[in-house]
Design a protein around this ligand. Structure first.
Ligand code: GLU
Length: 384
């Protein structure tokens, strides 16, 4: 789709086909038949075919799927009434296996391996686990698998709310620097009013900024409805846009929902101002307070300026108290800050491997950690 902006800005091509790293969120209402509690296998097969086509086109795909509670409650005889938290958790534990199995089956038909990743929102927000989650999902994508992610509902301490996966999907997109997030939904975008009640409601094709006017368009989900409604979708849009990731709300009920979107199907695109890596680096440089300092030699300073990662060999001193994933300042020998980044090692381990070649890490620490002290994606130059 090519869109012209109301304020006469140049036309911007917006299309699913330009996505390189794509996160797709699938809601319970799409995946699970409300009457029977069964997985809608025919629809899922069309989604799997679309995912295979995306991968054929060289796109990386990550799925965030709901539906564990909806599938599981059937098998535990918990249908037809509201569930208590522990009942939902029990239902999720039962349903998640079936869900994973369904994805495994339908993607295996296209020769695609799936990997189950269960996260809590905390994992995507706390920096330490953030770095681990990012590395694992990166690795899965490198190895050609499709991660299928859901919230780890059995250990969550807060109420399991439908719609939370909208936010989880946006956090995942942020965590892995995805460039595109698609929320497959039971509506084809954001409307100026509730299209179920207001015949004059118009769909907004493109949103570039979440203004109060836009926020006011989000109607809460009707009671009993399994979708989180627009409120959580706009919350997701806020996270995604802040992370430099564009986001679409698109109709998922019909067969081949990604193909339809790729062919210019109706939706709402939320377009960020920056690219994902730029947004991530801004976050690292600006909003995080360093927990310590790594002092590095002149060779390492020069390497960082050429866009390289920081290797342990270039580190001459470690100060402060930090854990793996914490933000640290990087200074030259005269104490002048040259960069900031997320350390792949705790202060203690960093001190032990400082000055050593990456090949020696395993022998010194007793485990094989990252080759880099700070990976270049987690590093931003700050000095002049
Ligand atoms: N994690 C929940 C489930 O799999 C759903 C959360 C949501 O729909 O947003 O049932």
């Amino acid at each position: 789709m090519t869109v012209a902006t109301a304020d006469g800005q140049p036309e911007t091509p917006v299309s699913l086909t330009t996505a390189r790293r794509l996160v797709v969120k699938i809601g319970s209402a799409l995946l699970v038949d409300e009457a029977s509690g069964a997985i809608r296998q025919d629809w899922l097969a069309t989604l799997a075919a679309d995912i295979a086509a995306c991968r054929q086109a060289g796109q990386q795909v990550v799925l965030v799927s709901s539906g564990a509670v909806a599938v599981g409650r059937e098998h535990l005889g918990l249908r037809g009434r509201p569930l208590k938290l522990e009942e939902k958790q029990a239902a999720a534990a039962t349903g998640q296996i079936r869900l994973a199995h369904a994805y495994q089956d339908c993607l295996a038909r296209h020769g695609i391996t799936v990997a189950q990743v269960l996260l809590t929102l905390d994992d995507t927000e706390a920096r330490r686990r953030h770095l681990n989650g990012r590395a694992t999902i990166d690795q899965l994508l490198t190895l050609g698998a499709v991660p299928v992610i859901n919230e780890n509902d059995t250990v969550t301490t807060v109420e399991i709310r439908f719609g939370d996966n909208d936010r989880l999907a946006a956090r995942v997109a942020q965590m892995i620097s995805a460039d595109t997030l698609v929320l497959l939904s039971d509506v084809d975008g954001l409307y100026t009013g509730d299209p179920r009640r207001d015949p004059d409601a118009r769909r907004i094709p493109v949103v570039r900024e979440l203004t109060p006017d836009i926020e006011a368009m989000a109607a809460p989900a009707p009671p009993g409805h399994s979708s989180g409604g627009m409120v959580t979708k706009l919350a997701a849009a806020r996270i995604a846009m802040g992370a430099g990731c564009r986001m679409a709300i698109a109709m998922g009920r019909t067969p081949h929902p990604l193909r339809a979107l790729g062919n210019g199907g109706s939706c709402t695109w939320f377009l960020p101002a920056a690219e994902p890596l730029t947004a991530r680096k801004r976050w690292i440089a600006g909003s995080l307070q360093p927990f310590g300092t790594l002092t590095i030699d002149d060779g390492a300073v020069a390497a960082l300026k050429r866009g390289k990662s920081l290797l342990p060999a270039g580190v001459v001193a470690v100060a402060g108290s930090f854990e793996r994933g914490d933000p640290v300042s990087v200074a030259d020998r005269s104490g002048h800050e040259v960069a900031r980044g997320l350390s792949a090692y705790s202060a203690e381990d960093a001190g032990r491997i400082a000055g050593h070649r990456s090949g020696e890490i395993a022998a010194i620490l007793g485990f094989r950690g990252r080759s880099e002290m700070i990976h270049r994606d987690d590093l931003v130059l700050t000095g002049g």
